[in-house]
Design a protein. Structure first.
Length: 309
């Protein structure tokens, strides 16, 4: 029996069940999509060919001297692959709602492709996928009760951050020898770890360590919040000092950025209500303007010193 004839018989049976009330319209539509009556599902074919085509173009362009454009095409292929995986997931969904599992599959596939193709942009996409998957998985386990705020353990993210930074440090050392062709990949690992860790410390400084998935909201005591604020400040200052010592601009940027975020967080959580929102916004806006002007002046001085030398 040809596929078209088989699909027609299935569709006829589905129509009969719908008329007899044995299935509802939603089930009729969902099952019917699995048995198309057209000869080809051109949209499905288009998705697969688009994904393969982007990776093929990404391999072809560097030979024409367009390496960056080729890497970008492969990055778009990575996005297309994620889209295809979600389409397949919707078609074969069992109703569990466990979409983070799809992201984990995409993450593993794209991580392998990142190194196989030597594409740092794909590795950057992997870092974003990791962040979304890790947070989504925590939300899924907790019944979608929370993601970052009150989710099961911000400390879990702090542990993951430590592992990512450690992996990045090892990668950086190996880039001088065994992993020389992957120069620059270590920055992605370190950057992902620092971002996840700083975000975790930010939430810990606001709410403390919330260890329960179920149960009442956790109200941290002042001593606990003080401890996490001191830890956050120590980490950011340490990252800043290490960046200045190693002349590692990315570390300097992370240290300065999250120190500023911590100051703003403390200002709005501890002083803003007392001063009033209007005065608080004026102080915060003025302080930010002064900071931007100072940072720009420092950048101009460094640029002038570099050009003179």
């Amino acid at each position: 029996m040809s596929p078209d004839r088989r699909n027609r018989q299935v569709r006829d049976a589905l129509d009969q069940w719908l008329r007899e009330g044995q299935i509802d319209p939603a089930a009729h539509s969902r099952i019917g999509e699995l048995y198309p009556l057209t000869r080809w599902d051109w949209r499905s074919l288009g998705r697969w060919f688009l994904t393969l085509g982007l990776f093929a173009v990404g391999r072809w362009l560097p030979g024409k001297g367009l390496r960056m454009l080729g890497s970008t095409a492969e990055l778009l292929g990575g996005f297309a692959l994620i889209g295809v995986s979600f389409v397949v997931g919707m078609i074969y969904s069992d109703g569990s709602g466990n979409w983070p599992a799809l992201l984990l599959i995409d993450l593993l596939v794209l991580l392998v492709l990142s190194y196989a193709l030597g594409n740092v942009l794909l590795l950057t996409l992997c870092s974003v996928l990791f962040f979304v998957w890790f947070g989504g998985r925590s939300g899924y386990v907790s019944g979608w009760g929370a993601y970052w705020f009150g989710m099961n353990y911000p400390l879990r993210f702090l542990g993951a951050a430590a592992l990512l930074v450690a992996a990045g440090a090892v990668h950086l050392r190996c880039e001088a020898g065994l992993l020389a062709r992957y120069s620059g990949f270590a920055k992605v690992w370190i950057s992902c770890g620092l971002f996840v860790g700083e975000m975790s410390l930010w939430l810990l400084s606001l709410f403390g360590s919330y260890d329960l998935i179920d149960g009442p909201w956790h109200f941290a005591e002042d001593g606990e919040l003080l401890m996490f604020n001191l830890l956050w400040a120590a980490v950011s200052l340490g990252v800043l000092a290490l960046g200045l010592r190693l002349r590692f601009g990315m570390l300097v940027g992370y240290g300065v950025t999250f120190l500023i975020i911590q100051l703003y967080t403390l200002f709005f959580t501890q002083l803003a209500e007392t001063l009033g929102w209007l005065l608080s916004l004026l102080i915060a806006g003025g302080g930010l303007l002064v900071l931007v002007i100072w940072l720009e002046s420092q950048r101009q001085k460094r640029r002038t010193a570099t050009s003179d030398s």
